[in-house]
Design a protein around this ligand. Structure first.
Ligand SMILES: Nc1ncnc2c1ncn2[C@@H]1O[C@H](COP(=O)(O)OP(=O)(O)OP(=O)(O)O)[C@@H](O)[C@H]1O
Ligand SMILES: [Mg+2]
Length: 480
C-alpha cells in the first residue's frame, strides 16, 4: 500500500439479515437438476409454488443463458415468448460484463461531472480508480459513447476517442501502438517513444480522448514511468488530448506511482461503492426495460443485499427477474428475491465459492471461522474498506449471541491472511495495531448472502443489526 489514507470515515454499515435459524444446509436441500419431484417435499422453498420449484433446478446461468427445453412443456406462456423473455433478462442484467448502453447506466453523476471537466480543460487528464467490480469500465464505456455522440451534435465539436485495455505483458510501445492504431497512426515499433506520442497528439486538429482501462494490470514499471512522463509532457504542451487511466486502486498514486507533478495534471475520480439510491435506480431501470414491475419491498431488499456493488445488483436482479418470468408473472416479488439470494450463492463464480470454502476450512468441527468471517463482513469499515479487530467484536457477539473477547478471534483474523485460507483478508498497519480488509471486495457480500441462504442469519436479524456506536473506532488507526 503506497498511499496514506488520512480521511478515514466510518462507512455506514448497511443493516443486515437474522441469525441461526433452521438448517445450516438448507440450501443444499434445494432441488437438483432432474429431481423435480423432490420439490414437493422439504426442498421446496417458502412462497414458491411447486411448479416453479421444478424450474428452480434449471434457472438460467449467469454468463451464458441456458434455456432448458422442458420449460416449453411446463408453462402457460407460449414457450417461444418465455424463452425470449428469459433471454431479454440476461441482456439487461449482466453481472459478467460492463454496461455498454447509456440507458442502462445509473448514478455516478459526481464522477461524470469531474470527467467532463477534465475533458473540457486543455492539459488536464484523469484517473478513475476504486475497488474491483465497482463500475469503472462501465463509466468509461458510457463516457466514450457520449463523447462519440457529441461529435455529431449541432456544435460540430469534434472529439475522437480511442479505448484500450492493458494486459500484464504490455510495454509502453505495445500499449501506445494499440492506441495510435485506433487513431489511424501507424508508426514502426522502434519509433514509439514519448516525444513521438506527444508530437502525434500535438499535431492533431481534433480533440482526442484516450481511455486506458485495466491500467493496474500493467506490470512493466518502465511502461508506468513512461506513461507518467507522457501525461506530464502532454499537459505541458498545447495539445487538446485527454488521457484517462482506469484501474483498481485506492488512489491515483497506486495506479501511476509516486509522480507528484503528474498527479497535479490529473483529475482524481474515485469510484466509491454505489449508494442505495443509485442501486435502486439501476434495478428499476432494468426492470422497466423488461416491461416488468417490482414491489417496493423487493426493490429495497435487492439494493440492500448488493452492499453497494453493482455486480451484485445485476446478479441478484438477474435471478429475481428470471424467477418471476419463469412463473409467468410480471411483478418481481419478495419470493423472487429469496430465490435470487439462493441462486446467487449456488451459482457464484467458482473462484468465490472456492475462496469462501478455503477461508472457513478447519480440522475442528466447532471452529468459529464462518462466524468470524461473517462478523468481518458485517462490521464497520472505513472508506477504504479497512477495519480494526475491535470492530469485529460487536457483530461477532451478535452472531454468537454471547460475549466475546478480542483474543478469542484475533487468531482467526490473522489466519484469514494466510495462503491456507486463500488470503481472504489482507492485513495492513503495524504489528501491534493491525487493520484488515477483504482482499476481494466481491467476497464480502457473498459471505452475508451465504449466511442468509444457509439460514445462519435471518433477514430480521440482519435488519435489526446496528453496529454499536463507537465514535473512536477509526480515530487511532495506524498509517497504511
Ligand atoms: N453505473 C452503473 N449502472 C448500472 N450497472 C452498472 C454500473 N456500473 C457498473 N455496473 C454493472 O456492475 C458490474 C461491474 O461493472 P464494471 O465491470 O464496469 O466494474 P469495474 O469496476 O470495471 O470492474 P473490474 O474492477 O473488475 O474491472 C457489471 O455488471 C456492470 O454492468
Ligand atoms: Mg473494469
Amino acid at each position: 500500500m503506497s498511499v496514506e489514507s488520512t480521511a478515514r470515515r466510518p462507512v455506514a454499515v448497511t443493516p443486515i439479515p437474522s441469525l441461526m435459524t433452521g438448517s445450516r444446509h438448507a440450501s443444499r436441500e434445494r432441488a437438483s437438476p432432474g429431481a423435480h419431484q423432490a420439490c414437493a417435499g422439504k426442498g421446496r422453498q417458502a412462497g414458491i409454488p411447486a411448479t416453479r420449484c421444478a424450474l428452480d433446478a434449471v434457472s438460467i446461468q449467469t454468463a451464458v443463458p441456458y434455456i432448458p427445453l422442458h420449460v416449453q412443456y411446463m408453462t402457460r406462456v407460449p414457450p417461444q415468448k418465455k424463452i425470449q423473455r428469459l433471454l431479454a433478462v440476461s441482456n439487461v442484467f449482466t453481472p459478467g460484463s460492463p454496461i455498454k448502453e447509456i440507458d442502462l447506466f445509473s448514478g455516478r453523476m459526481d464522477q461524470i461531472i469531474k470527467l467532463a471537466g477534465a475533458i473540457r480543460q486543455d492539459g488536464q487528464h484523469a484517473a478513475i480508480y476504486g475497488e474491483r467490480g465497482v463500475g469503472k469500465t462501465s463509466l468509461a464505456n458510457v463516457l466514450a459513447d457520449a463523447v462519440n455522440a457529441f461529435q455529431h451534435t449541432a456544435t460540430k465539436a469534434n472529439i475522437r476517442c480511442a479505448r484500450v485495455n492493458c494486459n500484464t505483458e504490455d510495454t509502453f510501445r505495445t500499449l501506445w501502438k494499440g492506441i495510435l492504431k485506433k487513431l489511424d497512426i501507424h508508426p514502426e515499433d522502434h519509433e514509439v517513444t514519448v516525444p513521438l506520442v506527444v508530437d502525434e497528439l500535438e499535431n492533431r486538429s481534433t480533440k482526442t480522448l484516450i481511455i486506458i482501462d485495466e491500467f493496474d494490470r500493467l506490470r512493466d514499471q518502465t511502461a508506468i514511468s513512461l506513461m507518467a512522463d507522457t501525461i506530464k509532457a502532454l499537459s505541458d504542451t498545447p495539445t487538446s488530448s485527454t488521457v484517462i487511466l482506469v484501474g483498481v486502486g485506492d488512489s491515483i498514486a497506486e495506479l501511476i506511482g509516486d509522480h507528484r507533478s503528474v498527479e497535479r495534471a490529473m483529475t482524481q475520480v474515485n469510484m466509491p461503492r454505489m449508494s442505495s439510491g443509485e442501486l435502486r435506480q439501476l434495478i428499476q431501470k432494468g426492470v422497466s426495460r423488461l416491461e416488468m414491475t417490482i414491489s417496493q419491498a423487493a426493490l429495497s431488499r435487492l439494493a440492500w443485499f448488493s452492499e453497494g456493488l453493482p455486480f451484485y445488483a445485476h446478479l441478484l436482479s438477474l435471478h429475481a427477474t428470471s424467477s418471476a418470468v419463469q412463473d409467468d408473472r410480471n411483478e418481481v416479488s419478495d419470493g423472487d428475491v429469496q430465490h435470487a439470494v439462493n441462486q446467487a450463492v449456488d451459482k457464484s463464480q467458482h473462484s468465490i465459492i472456492g475462496d469462501y470454502a478455503a477461508a472457513i476450512r478447519s480440522q475442528r468441527k466447532d471452529n468459529k471461522f464462518a462466524a468470524v468471517l461473517l462478523a468481518c463482513a458485517l462490521c464497520e469499515k472505513d472508506d477504504l474498506g479497512y477495519f480494526p479487530p475491535r470492530a469485529v467484536q460487536y457483530p461477532l457477539e451478535f452472531i454468537l449471541n454471547n460475549t466475546v473477547q478480542m483474543s478469542a478471534y484475533s487468531r482467526h483474523l490473522n489466519e484469514f491472511c494466510t495462503d491456507e485460507h486463500h488470503n481472504v483478508l489482507q492485513k495492513a498497519g503495524v504489528d501491534r495495531k493491525p487493520i484488515y480488509r477483504f482482499d476481494n471486495p466481491i467476497i464480502q457480500p457473498y459471505v452475508i448472502l451465504r449466511a442468509l441462504a444457509e439460514k445462519r442469519l435471518t433477514e430480521d436479524a440482519l435488519a435489526s443489526f446496528k453496529p454499536r456506536p463507537d465514535p473512536t473506532l477509526f480515530d487511532r488507526l495506524p498509517p497504511l
